[in-house]
Design a protein around this ligand. Structure first.
Ligand SMILES: Nc1ncnc2c1ncn2[C@@H]1O[C@H](COP(=O)(O)OP(=O)(O)OP(=O)(O)O)[C@@H](O)[C@H]1O
Ligand SMILES: [Mg+2]
Length: 481
């Protein structure tokens, strides 16, 4: 027989207490019975419990939220009278947040099993297992085998000074990984300079990268230090490297070979000491095969190759990430959101996440702002339809994604000139504006809670692409890093 060492806090009437006490004690549970809801709150305050039993009829509604939300590491099991049970909306919210619930008369055997699971989960949340490979202090959350392998590679890459090419789908955390390499490297005291190769206006790209002297060209009123020089001693992160125009690829190759640059309008060579990390969401080798990317530059950049796994391949990470992101974002609703309903967790686990972590973040951000209840529902996350179809894209999704891709590409080619992009796409300006509006691609991106972010795009594919667009147009927004 197990020794009595697992404490359970409980609020229940005499009949139920008498019925359960002997059975649970014999299985190693020690019941700490509270006289009323206030007493229960006081007990929870005093002692670290991992599991609790609540006979719902014994708790006034006003106490419910408080009890469940108080500590993540205390998992509740609700016991309720089924035939007379008529839950209020508060009760429903409460039930969505408990670990399990049982109807009376209670099935003792089932209750003992669920108590064990609840207690185990509470323990885990209180004392998460040591993660030898965790990169959490660099903001990278994830403990799946796929992420552990990736983290190991990341650590190794940080120990050397060779160029790194990071591949991975949109929103998987390529920029975050580049930051982590820099922060773990011997260059961490110096700058990390990010350049989004797709967002630089073509006519400024040279001066942005290499800098210029005063008077180097019309409008060069003063000397400008380029991004490469700004990264002296540190790391230069070339994001979306596949978007770098071919002529600049040749320049970049020369710089990487010679480690010397000249500012525009100067013949003074500047010796560079930078480490280059490049990232791309497309398969660079295919771009090489098509002649869009220089093969010699590809080999120069691809000394260490890191592939970030898509979120759907990170077993168990969705929940971890969701909880971590919720922790970061819950302030957006004054801390009113306390967690996820079980249905929401199920929907998130079943979903394919085409927009990866960025999409998860956007959905939670939207949910936190829109939520009416303390536990986010699939509807809050815009996942009600998704829960059943496991994220397989519909024809509408595919159509939306194709439209967004075409619009984004045209805007980029036309340097975000809407009239020119509309002409290129063969639609009127009004139509393009309507599409920009529909996919929330338009408007200034001012901050996390702007309406543009709330008017969520119709599909996950759209969402992912929208986010990308936001980043392209606003590379300096802190959220882009
Ligand atoms: N493992 C992770 N843990 C915590 N946050 C993450 C993780 N991966 C990504 N994020 C967050 O998700 C967002 C997207 O990450 P990031 O910008 O690094 O992705 P990306 O691969 O560069 O995306 P894109 O291809 O769209 O540029 C960021 O806010 C980042 O902080
Ligand atoms: Mg990126």
């Amino acid at each position: 027989m197990a020794s009595v060492d697992r404490d359970v806090v409980a609020l229940m009437d005499d009949v139920l207490h008498t019925k359960l006490l002997g059975y649970l004690q014999a299985r190693g549970w020690k019941l700490h019975r509270a006289a009323n809801a206030d007493d229960l709150a006081a007990l929870v305050e005093q002692q670290d419990f991992h599991a609790g039993l609540l006979q719902l009829q014994r708790v006034g509604n006003y106490k419910l939220f408080d009890l469940v939300g108080r500590q993540q590491s205390l998992q509740w099991i609700a016991l309720m009278d089924h035939p007379f049970w008529n839950p209020t909306s508060q009760h429903r919210n409460f039930l969505a947040g408990v670990y399990d619930f049982h109807t009376l008369p209670v099935d003792q055997e089932r209750l003992a099993i669920s108590l064990g699971h609840a207690w185990g989960k509470g323990q885990l949340l209180k004392h998460p297992p040591a993660r030898t490979d965790s990169l959490e202090h660099h903001g990278i959350v994830g403990n799946s085998p796929a992420m552990q392998t990736f983290s190991q590679a990341l650590r190794k890459a940080s120990k050397v000074d060779a160029p790194v090419l990071i591949g991975g789908e949109s929103g998987t955390g390529k920029e975050l990984a580049a930051h982590a390499i820099h922060n773990m490297s011997a260059r961490s005291r110096n700058a990390f300079v990010a350049v989004n190769c797709g967002a630089l206006p073509t006519h400024l790209i040279q001066s942005e990268l290499f800098g210029h002297e005063k008077g180097a060209f019309t409008g060069a009123y003063q000397r400008k230090i380029g991004r490469m020089e700004a990264a002296q001693g540190g790391t230069l992160f070339l994001d979306e490297i596949a978007d770098l125009p071919l002529d600049l690829q040749a320049n970049l190759l020369r710089v990487l070979q010679d480690k010397v640059i000249e500012r525009l309008g100067s013949s003074q060579p500047i010796q560079l000491d930078i480490r280059v990390i490049a990232a791309t969401h497309i398969k660079l080798q295919e771009a090489v095969a098509k002649g869009h990317f220089r093969e010699d530059l590809y080999y120069r950049l691809n000394v260490i190759n890191l592939q970030i796994p898509p979120l759907r391949d990170r077993q168990g990470d969705v929940e971890l990430l969701a909880q971590a992101l919720l922790g970061q974002l819950s302030g957006d609703n004054g801390g009113k959101v306390k967690g996820f309903s079980r249905q929401a967790l199920r929907a998130m686990n079943q979903y394919a996440w085409p927009g990866n972590v960025r999409e998860l973040m956007n959905r939670i951000r939207q949910g936190v702002i829109m939520a009416e209840h303390p536990y986010l529902t699939p509807e809050d996350l815009g996942m009600e339809r998704r829960a059943s179809d496991a994220g397989r894209p519909t024809l509408d999704d595919a159509r939306a994604k194709a439209e967004i891709d075409a619009i984004r590409a045209a805007l980029r080619r036309c340097q975000h000139n809407v009239s020119e992009a509309a002409r290129e796409l063969g639609v009127s300006r009004a139509t393009l504006y309507r599409l920009l509006e529909r996919y929330a691609l338009s408007g200034p991106y001012k901050g996390k809670t702007t309406p543009e972010r709330l008017s969520s795009p119709a599909t996950p594919a759209a969402k992912a692409a929208v986010d990308k667009q936001t980043q392209l147009t606003q590379p300096s927004h802190p959220d882009a890093h």
